[in-house]
Design a protein around this ligand. Structure first.
Ligand code: C2E
Ligand code: CA
Ligand code: CA
Ligand code: CA
Length: 280
């Protein structure tokens, strides 16, 4: 029994070591990736539900790993958040997305809105507003066409400081969107007090709206109606089927994003899709 116990203990520590080693390895690789700029911004279309034309795009980061190929955020963002490296990544994504979208603006997509995800760590930086201002100046992007996506918990939890920051950002002229709406703890009445322009209804609501699921159907309708009555612009995420598109069209949702229109694509491919949509 004693032998067995020691064996188990050894296995356990080995597993722990492996986990720690894996994490340290990922952290090391992430630091190098930041230095070598191995990241790439992918863009996913947001479509105007009324006329099926491009309304905007969301910047979604990818890691072009030298050995593993293109990695999605779930493979490295948790580690990036834990180590604080996310701040550098987000800063790079914001700058790159503004630069590339400025090119699109100059090439005839004059009113395309670029949405960029902001992590809590980045938002909490004392110089965050200043940094956004700097990037706008450096890249020449029209601030009215830049939308910063924050989450409910960032906007609501430390209400005093956060609201102050949001007000400063509005003064610069940028738009503010509340991402993953419906998954946090805020109520629509709380949102009246913060300067948010757009609600992005989380994809979990849309994706469970088949004809069997009357409750989610009612919920999506209710959220869209309330958001509209409070004068928020509404984007539905995760639209995958014509049936889902039809539902949100009927309810008067303004914009939609999802695989039905396009997956996130690199700069060139996203540009081609927008081109062909404008020609039709
Ligand atoms: P998110 O902000 O909610 O972004 C939407 C996610 O849903 C994206 O996943 C997108 O590819 C996926 N998606 C879009 N349409 C559909 C659909 O029709 N069906 C389904 N099932 N999924 C769809 P992605 O690109 O893997 O990003 C995951 C998350 O990582 C994002 O969720 C966001 O929270 C975070 N993220 C991505 N890029 C950045 C970044 O540059 N900075 C920060 N801080 N976070 C980022
Ligand atoms: Ca987002
Ligand atoms: Ca989202
Ligand atoms: Ca999210």
């Amino acid at each position: 029994a004693k032998e067995e116990g020691r064996g188990q203990f050894r296995e356990y520590t080995t597993a722990m070591d492996e986990e720690t080693r894996g994490r340290l390895q990922l952290e090391r690789e992430l630091r190098i990736a930041i230095q070598k700029q191995e990241f790439e911004v992918y863009y996913q279309l947001q479509v105007n539900v009324e006329n099926n034309k491009p309304y905007g795009i969301e910047a979604l980061v990818r890691w072009n790993h030298p050995k593993k190929g293109i990695l999605s955020p779930h493979a490295f963002l948790p580690a990036a958040e834990e180590t604080g490296l996310i701040v550098k990544i987000d800063d790079w994504v914001l700058r790159t997305a503004c630069l590339q979208t400025k090119k699109w603006h100059d090439e005839g997509f004059g009113d395309l809105v670029i949405s960029v995800n902001i992590s809590k760590k980045q938002f909490d930086r004392a110089d965050f507003v200043e940094r956004v201002k700097q990037i706008i100046e450096e890249t020449g992007i029209n601030p009215h066409l830049l939308s910063l996506e924050i989450t409910e918990n960032m906007a609501i939890t430390q209400i005093q400081e956060a609201v102050e920051k949001l007000i400063q950002l509005k003064k610069i002229g940028v738009q503010l969107s509340l991402d993953d709406f419906g998954t946090g703890y805020s109520s629509l009445s709380q949102l009246k007090n913060i300067p948010i322009d757009t609600l992005k209804i989380d994809k979990s609501f849309i994706q469970d709206t088949n004809s069997q699921n009357q409750e989610n159907l009612a919920l999506v309708k209710l959220i869209i109606a309330m958001a509209k009555s409070l004068n928020f612009s509404v984007i539905c995420e995760g639209v995958e089927t014509e049936e889902q598109l039809h539902l949100i069209q009927t309810e008067g949702c303004h914009h939609a994003q999802g695989y039905l229109f396009s997956k996130p694509l690199n700069y060139e491919k996203c540009g081609s899709i927008m081109q062909s949509m404008n020609e039709n």
